[in-house]
Design a binder for this molecule. Structure first.
Ligand SMILES: CC(C)(COP(=O)(O)OP(=O)(O)OC[C@H]1O[C@@H](n2cnc3c(N)ncnc32)[C@H](O)[C@@H]1OP(=O)(O)O)[C@@H](O)C(=O)NCCC(=O)NCCS
Length: 324
C-alpha cells in the first residue's frame, strides 16, 4: 500500500489495482453513468494497457474509489478516466483525495508529465471550472432502441437525406483504412478545421494529433468514416460496441463526429450506423458527439417513426486541462 498523506482522511490507503480487486471495483461502480458504465469491460484491459495506471483508494482493506491515468502525448500529458467513489462514501472528499494522490504519484514517478487532461459529462459549475483550462465542449446526442428498429430508422433517415440533397444526390462517404485515417487525422486541414480545439476525441479520451498517440488509437479498434477522402468536411470515429449493465442485452458505442457541416455530419453518422448494423444485436444505447451548433439539427434529423428515440436530452462533454 502507498501512504497517501492526504488531508481528508487518515483511513484512506492508496494502491495500484490488480485482478483481485475486480469484484470490489464493480461494487463501487454500481449505478454509475445511467447504466452505461464500461468498467466491467475495460478494467482487465486497463490493467494490461501500456502507459496506464489504475489507482484505488481503500478503507479498511475495501476498495472505495478508483481513478485511472493514461500517459499520452509522448508522456507529457496524462488523461484521467474512470473516477468513481463507492455510493456510501460520496460527499466526504474521497474523489478529491484520490485525485490529489494521483497528481502526487505522477509528480514523483513520472516527472515528464506536465499536464493532466480529462473529460467531464456533468456541469461542474463556474468555481470548479475555474481550476481548469476549458479546451472544448462537444454536444452529445444519446439515442437508444432495439437493434431490430435500427434498420428501419436508417432507411427513414437515408430517405430524408436523399430528399434534402435533391437532384445533386447524396455524396458517397468513405470508409477509411487505418492508414488513411491516420494520415487524415494528422493532416493540417483536419487539425485546423475539424478537430475540437485541435484535439482528437476518442470516446472520452482527448489526444493531441501527434504520431505517438496513433498507437493508442490503434488499440481501440475504431471505425473511421469521412464524407470524402480528401479535405473532408466531416470525419468520424466509432468505438467497438460493448456490453453495459443497463439491460441484460444492452450494448453501448460512441460515434465522435468532427466538423460543423450539418449535412456532412449526418452523412458520416448514417454511414457509421450502416457499417455497424450487421454486427449488432439486442438493444443499443449510443452517444453521438457533435459540435454544439449541430445538436438541434441532428436531433431533428433523428426524429423518426422507427423505434429509435432520445435516451437523454442535450448534454455535453467538456474537455479540461490543468498543469500537474
Ligand atoms: C463524481 C464522484 C466521483 C464524486 O465523488 P465524491 O467523493 O462525492 O466527491 P468529493 O466529495 O471528493 O468532491 C468532489 C471532488 O471531485 C471532483 N469531481 C467531481 N466530479 C468529477 C468529475 N466528473 N470529474 C473530475 N472530478 C470530479 C470535484 O472537482 C472535487 O474535487 P476537489 O475536492 O479538488 O474540489 C462520485 O459522485 C461518483 O462516483 N459518481 C459516479 C461516477 C461518476 O459520475 N464519475 C465521474 C465521471 S467519470
Amino acid at each position: 500500500m502507498m501512504d497517501m498523506g492526504g488531508s481528508q482522511s487518515d483511513e484512506l490507503e492508496f494502491c495500484l489495482g490488480t485482478e483481485q480487486d475486480f469484484e470490489q471495483v464493480l461494487d463501487i461502480s454500481e449505478g454509475s453513468h445511467d447504466g452505461l458504465d464500461y468498467m466491467a469491460v475495460t478494467y482487465h484491459c486497463w490493467l494490461k494497457e501500456p502507459g496506464r495506471m489504475v489507482f484505488l483508494a481503500k478503507k479498511q482493506g475495501k476498495v472505495v474509489a478508483l481513478e485511472s491515468a493514461l500517459l499520452v502525448d509522448g508522456g507529457e500529458t496524462v488523461v484521467l478516466q474512470g473516477l468513481r467513489v463507492h455510493p456510501a462514501q460520496r460527499g466526504l472528499g474521497v474523489a478529491g483525495a484520490i485525485q490529489r494522490h494521483v497528481s502526487q504519484y505522477l509528480r514523483t514517478h513520472c516527472p515528464l508529465v506536465a499536464t493532466r487532461r480529462l473529460a467531464r459529462g456533468d456541469d461542474p459549475g463556474p468555481e470548479a471550472l475555474s481550476k481548469y483550462r476549458l479546451l472544448s465542449r462537444e454536444a452529445i446526442l444519446t439515442l437508444c432502441g432495439e437493434v431490430s428498429e435500427l434498420g428501419p430508422f436508417l432507411v427513414d433517415l437515408e430517405r430524408k437525406l436523399g430528399q434534402e440533397a435533391g437532384r445533386e444526390g447524396v455524396p458517397q462517404p468513405v470508409l477509411l483504412s487505418q492508414e488513411a485515417a491516420e494520415t487524415l487525422v494528422l493532416s493540417e486541414h483536419v487539425v485546423r478545421n475539424l478537430l475540437p480545439a485541435g484535439n482528437i476525441i476518442n470516446d472520452w479520451e482527448p489526444l493531441k494529433p501527434i504520431e505517438s498517440n496513433l498507437e493508442i488509437l490503434r488499440r481501440r479498434g475504431l471505425t473511421w468514416v469521412a464524407d470524402r477522402a480528401e479535405l473532408p468536411a466531416a470525419l468520424s470515429l466509432c468505438t467497438t460496441p460493448y456490453r453495459v449493465p443497463y439491460r441484460p442485452d444492452a450494448y453501448h458505442f460512441n460515434i465522435n463526429i468532427f466538423g460543423s457541416d450539418q449535412t456532412r455530419a449526418r452523412l458520416v453518422f448514417l454511414a457509421q450506423l450502416r457499417q455497424l448494423l450487421p454486427s449488432l444485436c439486442g438493444y443499443v444505447i449510443f452517444h453521438n458527439y457533435v459540435h454544439p451548433s449541430l445538436w438541434p439539427g441532428m436531433r431533428e434529423f433523428c426524429r423518426s417513426s422507427a423505434g429509435v428515440s432520445l435516451f437523454r436530452d442535450y448534454w455535453e462533454e467538456l474537455m479540461l486541462e490543468t498543469d500537474i
